[in-house]
Design a protein around this ligand. Structure first.
Ligand SMILES: C[S@@+](CC[C@H](N)C(=O)[O-])C[C@H]1O[C@@H](n2cnc3c(N)ncnc32)[C@H](O)[C@@H]1O
Length: 223
């Protein structure tokens, strides 16, 4: 795995895991707990059934399997680096009734924040537990792309934070135990860098106190 900025970029990573039926494990497991916490957080942000939601890096639909039955039919879109991972979630994690509410074409393979073929306007754009696997430059790229290519009410994303530059230069133990790094995955960043990169993209970001799995911090950005 060494030499890759993200475990998801290791050649054969998805194929091996999906062949072994491990689609839940490769996004960090804790399927029910994480899905429930993320859904509760979205409700606290004001999510309503008529909202149109884009879930960037949606994986096998850990949040999606809760959002699809909640949202009005057709109002959920997802992207992910791996189309196969999303397809596995679509087949195995959605009920038949859920699948009738989500055309499979609304799950779009995209590992570069290009959003090919997606509509421009969403009420809520999510990017949970994705930047935690990517270095700071990718966070800047993702924020710029979201700001340039999408219109949205709120953009909610998560990061791991280190408290200061000294701590950021070393491995840092997050509140519930995971150790993050400044030079490899899982990546931590400084709040001031997130604020600066968001401002460069024309966004203002708030850091929320919500407690998220593994000590991730919820960031909510608006224009
Ligand atoms: C830890 S999982 C989180 C999945 C989902 N957001 C959730 O919270 O349940 C990280 C996901 O990001 C996807 N991913 C990794 N790099 C990506 C990129 N550059 N663009 C889009 N998705 C990416 C992975 O395939 C994986 O599904």
């Amino acid at each position: 795995m060494s030499g890759h900025v993200s475990p998801y970029l290791v050649p054969g990573f998805y194929e091996t895991a999906l062949t072994r039926g491990r689609h839940r494990d490769i996004i960090g497991g804790r399927w029910d707990e994480t899905g429930r916490i993320q859904m509760d957080m979205l409700l606290r942000l004001g999510l309503q059934p008529q909202h149109r939601v884009l879930d960037i890096g949606c994986g096998p639909l850990r949040t999606g399997c809760r959002l699809v039955p909640f949202l009005d039919p057709g109002n959920y879109w997802g992207t992910d680096l791996s189309g196969a991972l999303m397809a596995t979630g679509y087949r195995q994690e959605l009920t038949e009734a859920d699948r009738a509410r989500l055309p499979e074409g609304q799950l779009v393979e995209d590992g570069n924040f290009d959003f090919p073929g997606l509509p421009r306007a969403f009420d809520l754009v999510l990017c949970f537990a994705v930047f935690t696997h990517l270095p700071l430059a990718h966070l800047g790229h993702g924020l710029r792309r979201v700001a340039e290519r999408l219109d949205f009410g709120l953009f909610a994303f998560t990061v791991f934070l280190a408290p200061d530059a000294v701590a950021a230069a070393r491995p840092y133990r997050q509140p519930d135990g995971v150790v993050t790094h400044g030079d490899r995955t899982p990546w931590h960043v400084l709040a001031e860098d997130v604020t600066r990169l968001a401002a460069d993209a024309g966004l203002k970001v708030d850091f929320r106190d919500d407690r998220l799995p593994r000590g991730q911090v919820l960031c909510v950005a608006q224009r």
